[in-house]
Design a protein around this ligand. Sequence first.
Ligand code: FAD
Length: 554
Amino acid sequence: MQKTPTAVNFSNLNRKSVMEKIENEKWDVLIIGGGITGAGTALDMASRGLKVLLVEKHDFASGTSSRSTKLIHGGLRYLKQLELKLVREVGKERAIVHKNAPYLVVPEKMLLPVLKKGQLGKWSTSAALSVYDYLADVQKQDKKQTLNKNETLESEPLMNPDIVKSGFLYSEYRTDDARLVIDLLKAAVKHGATALNYLSVEGFVYHDNQIAGAVLQDKINNETIEIRADFVINATGPWVDGLRKIDGSLKKKKLHLTRGVHIVVERKKFPLRQAVYFDTLDNRMIFAIPRERVTYIGTTDNTYTENIENPGITKSDVKYLLESVNRLFTQVHLKETDIESTWSGLRPLIHEDGKSPSELSRKDEIFHADSGLISIAGGKLTGYRKMAERLTDYIIEKKGLKLSENKCKTQKIKLPGADGLEDAENLKTMQNLWKSLFGENEQAVYDIYYHRYGLQLHVVLEKTARQIKAGLQPFYALLLSELEYAVHHEMIAHPNDFFIRRTGSLYFDRPYMRDRIDPVVARMADYFNFGEEIQKRWKQETMVAWKEVMEVKD
Ligand code: FAD
């Protein structure tokens, strides 16, 4: 290894001292919300020298940012709404985010079939894709490809040949949204930010009617503290209006939440060769995306006004997605009983009178209240870096600093798993270490772990090697090493943080998760020195999460 990866100390084992620091220091900026918006902003602000504190009331990425379609995409459909500026910006962002985290943001060709009586015309789609490629500055080799009927069916033989007329391949990127958040936060911490999960903002502190801090509740130790900050940023996604209400500044523009649901089936049941973006029954478009041992399908887009803590999924969501799949992929015959997992998230969009959920703009906006509270809403996972840049520019100017001397640097900041990837030797050394532990035949598993961690996997593998040497079975050693890594370097505080947001097992490998609840709970309890009572509670809560993804409401 030319450069040994260093892992940041980012752990709830240090919670007490981190809490003391949070309480005793004065912060330039308090960011509320540990989703992609908060995490991206923390990195931008910390890298420009601001003293940043980010707090998250649950686990990082537990809101919308672990429940997206997991694409870094330009948003082809926004072309229809003539949102050219948005398409250009997020389209270009794709390549930047890929460059900074190539292990986590991975090129993915999308198949777009043109169907008989479908909503896409061959020529209009061809023109739209050319505009899309042009706006996003797509490289020559990645530009759209036009396919005839046979080529389209060869690309994806499961589609009904009677309704497929032709198709296109175009380029997007897939990611793991929750891991993108966690790696952004680790990068922010490396640049000097402080971030803590399970710490909720319950109220604000004011001086002369201007916001000057916040009241925070520690959800783990049930302790309440007050902190001081010059600027308070409300980056709480679907919860933005809730905090604006507490601040007394919920006026004029408000959020319009729309719910999006995904269902997951075993890849064996829906053996897609590649990702497809296709027509639904009601003239919308949804994705079917193969990933590891499953295929996931989504999303819906409906106005949502109920409990935002747990949006859940309904029978009509399931029916809609299954019927849309079965209509095009006629050999597949998916049934409700084939569903292995689901997730459901809320888009924090900005309300526009008279517009349906799908027509609402995905643009982001900053609201600066008279109280001083600065809220940010709207936007997409893909555009997080530009949202963060706009917000940081705004704060820099409000602080009276010169923008020309404090320019955004994130275009060039590599995420932690990419640190050292520029030297091919490092990757080779890590691959060889993997092979020495697991043999030559586990390439597919290696790929999953590589995309999860990038070069950070080397740290996990070194731990694994030690555990194997101590007599553990290789894959069991890998599990425990990954857990140790998550405890010390990825701030987990509950087994669900590990199973849902650090490894994605709840969504992508539910059977794997079921078999590992007991050892993970026991080992985590050892790290935190917790006894039987907490272990029992953790097991119950983990089982609740495991079952909840299968609960379909009427
Ligand atoms: P969130 O991720 O919800 O983060 C807000 C955080 O604030 C939460 O973690 C919450 O717990 C925390 N919080 C709330 N209140 C408090 C408090 N009082 N104190 C402390 N913390 C608090 N975009 C794409 O680019 N590509 C896609 O493929 C894509 N697919 C999508 C599919 C669906 C179904 C949905 C719903 C959205 C999709 N999006 C996609 C959009 C994207 O996911 C969202 O725009 C983005 O995740 C929003 O992130 P956020 O950080 O603003 O909000």
